[in-house]
Design a protein around this ligand. Structure first.
Ligand code: ITT
Length: 198
């Protein structure tokens, strides 16, 4: 069975494709359908947003559908930007603007108070209404400055302390091994196999 990724985020698509290498399924995403409808992510919780996207597109595409809602929760900011991470620097803000705003807001804050967690909530919904929601998290620290060219989003300012590197300095395979998205998707593998075979 075909798997539809209900996301336009190229970085997420790349990582999910890599994680699902070896699965006997063709994968398409919203990037293959530029005129697909928008689903407004106006929920206060990742779970609400992700289920809304997955349910809508499972019906729209008529395929098994995977949606991903993620965010960065910064200890010093009491968990913000969290579910609002994509629009931290305003509606339509790009990754660079979000990163710069976060670095500005943590200016002068020492390393040990710069803890943060990446969270990823994923929903898998079948066209006939089966639903599964899983979650993964990855703890780290907000860097003092941007470093690295890989990944996307907040990766250049998110440090994995035991590597002494930002996520943007890791290969996609290294990121997938420890990331919030990798952890969430591994929890779905058993269920996915039921639908697509591996
Ligand atoms: P879709 O809704 O189309 O899936 P989006 O980019 O709007 O894509 P989210 O609503 O989940 O995705 O927003 C998540 C925000 O957190 C956004 O700014 C991302 O760049 C960032 N983000 C998510 N996963 C990330 C990761 O693995 N590394 C760095 N930043 C990430």
């Amino acid at each position: 069975m075909e798997l539809f990724l209900a996301t336009r985020n190229e970085g997420k698509i790349r990582e999910i494709r890599e994680l699902l290498k070896g699965y006997d399924t063709s994968i398409t995403s919203l990037r293959d359908y530029p005129n697909a409808p928008e689903v407004v992510e106006n929920g206060e919780a990742y779970r609400d947003n992700v289920l809304k996207k997955a349910r809508f597109f499972a019906r729209w595409a008529g395929s098994l559908t995977l949606a991903d809602d993620s965010g960065l929760e910064v200890d010093y900011l009491q968990g913000r930007p969290g579910v609002f991470s994509a629009r931290y620097a305003g509606d339509g803000a790009d990754d660079r603007e979000n990163n710069r705003k976060l670095l500005r807001n943590l200016k002068g804050i020492p390393r040990k108070k710069r803890g943060a967690v990446f969270r990823c909530v994923m929903a898998l919904v079948s066209p006939w209404g089966d639903e599964e929601v899983v979650e993964g998290e990855c703890r780290g620290q907000i860097a003092l400055e941007e470093r690295g060219k890989r990944g996307f989003g907040y990766d250049p300012i998110f440090v994995i302390p035991r590597y002494g590197k930002t996520v943007a300095e890791l290969s996609i395979a290294e990121k997938n091994r420890l990331s919030h998205r990798g952890k969430a998707l591994r929890k779905l593998k058993k269920i996915l196999k039921r639908y697509v075979g591996a």
